[in-house]
Design a binder for this molecule. Structure first.
Ligand code: ZN
Length: 240
């Protein structure tokens, strides 16, 4: 089975389309949430995802956009984008987001947005916060999103090691456990503006990290036409 591993699309349809075109054939999508928020195409992104074979967990922006979470912890631009998204979402897409689970377990994989300890909110930026999380899931691997940074935290002999994968690098499973972040499709924050995703080949036991360029200006233009905050459009060009 070949899985397309995605996170943090954030209503960026041009980036999502580029990833789907670049990924080639796959059996199923595993999505770590934040389908919406920040960008200009929340309904269009959900319409694109829903007919594809997929599973998806809830992200903080998904639930904030349907009033299932407080937005007071968001910065001002994120709050404005969240209120804009709420006004756009169709009742069907609100119901889809409302029904997303916080955690999914598929064989050897746990799937959450933030962390296994706090699926919606916790950011895993450091090996120390990742190390604390290994006792909060029982499978060998856990996929997370939320930070918009591609990273693998490997736990071997009670030592947690941070590994930043290069684009197009392939990682083979060994005996360790790992927490894996594919990076963000729609708003990368690691200084590379290209959309980030991962292909999991479960038969070969490999993960391939991929980056794909997309027309950033198309997304920026749509965001500015929608009167979304200028800063949210500008940051896409810098991968931040
Ligand atoms: Zn996000």
């Amino acid at each position: 089975m070949r899985y397309l591993i995605l996170s943090d699309i954030h209503s960026n349809l041009a980036a999502f389309e580029a990833v789907l075109a670049d990924a080639g054939s796959f059996d199923r999508i595993w999505c770590m949430g934040d389908m919406v928020g920040y960008g200009s195409d929340p309904n269009e992104c959900l319409e694109r995802l829903e007919p594809l074979p997929h599973i998806c967990v809830a992200g903080n922006h998904d639930w904030a956009s349907i009033d299932k979470l407080e937005i007071t912890d968001f910065n001002l631009d994120a709050q404005l984008a969240c209120l804009w998204t709420k006004a756009q979402l169709t009742p069907e897409h609100q119901a889809y987001l409302d029904a997303l689970p916080e955690k999914i377990i598929e064989g050897e994989f746990t799937i959450v947005h933030g962390s296994p300890r706090h699926p919606i909110w916790e950011y895993l930026f450091s090996s120390s916060s990742a190390a604390d999380n290994f006792e909060h899931f029982t499978t060998r691997f856990c996929f997370v999103g939320h930070t918009h940074m591609p990273v693998i935290f490997r736990n071997r002999d009670d030592f947690c090691e941070t590994f930043v994968p290069e684009p197009d690098s392939e990682w083979h499973f060994e005996e360790e456990r790992a927490i894996i972040n594919p990076g963000s499709v729609g708003q990368p924050r690691d200084g590379d503006e290209r959309a980030s995703y991962v292909i999991l080949d479960a038969d070969k036991g490999t993960l391939t990290y991929r980056r794909v360029a997309y027309p950033v200006y198309v997304t920026q233009k749509r965001m500015l036409n929608a009167k979304l905050p200028h800063r949210l459009a500008a940051r896409l060009a810098y991968g931040w």
